[in-house]
Design a protein around this ligand. Structure first.
Ligand code: FES
Ligand code: FES
Length: 171
């Protein structure tokens, strides 16, 4: 199995790592770099638990190879809060009781932030459409929709999508 040296910028921190050709991005993030907020549910692009942002766009990280993310910017759920302050989408999930077990929540938040970056004032239908690739076993979705609406009402045009300033780990 061929090894590849790649660089990933995750939540504003640059990482250098070696991965197998077949390593999925979700496994590189969780197992190699410790960003365990990104969950693994199905590994077949069905559940959305592994949703992250790649260069600002929501993608399922189980459907990409780590080598495909070489040199690109990743945002995980760990990158949403800034200086210890929750992002509007996190506050929304908290205030509107948008989670129970929380397994789907990181993916839901990243999918929702992608929507809000494109459409800051989405309708309920647009929110439901944006999260239809993210499965929740617990909540019945209404509180999740309420959480996204809360975020839309509380964000100042800016979605925390790409992390902060860049620092290189291990150098
Ligand atoms: S683990 Fe990626 S979509 Fe389910
Ligand atoms: S809160 Fe449990 S799966 Fe969504």
């Amino acid at each position: 199995m061929a090894e590849h040296d790649i660089e990933l910028s995750v939540n504003g921190t640059a990482h250098e790592l070696s991965v197998d050709s077949r390593t999925l991005l979700v496994h590189a993030l969780r197992d190699e770099l410790g960003y365990t907020g990104t969950n693994v549910g199905c590994e077949s692009s069905t559940c959305g638990a592994c949703t992250i942002h790649l260069d600002g766009e929501a993608v399922k990280s189980c459907t990409l190879l780590a080598v495909q993310a070489d040199g690109r910017k990743v945002t995980t759920v760990e990158g949403l809060a800034e200086d210890g302050t929750y992002a509007p989408i996190q506050e929304g999930f908290q205030k509107e009781h948008g989670l129970q077990c929380g397994f789907c929540t990181p993916g839901m938040m990243l999918a929702a932030n992608d929507l809000l970056a494109r459409n800051p004032d989405p309708s309920e239908e647009e929110i439901r459409e944006a999260i239809e690739g993210n499965l929740c076993r617990c909540t019945g979705y209404q509180n999740i929709v309420n959480a996204v609406e809360y975020a839309a009402d509380h964000m100042d045009q800016e979605v925390a999508a790409d992390g902060g300033s860049e620092t290189v780990e291990g150098e």
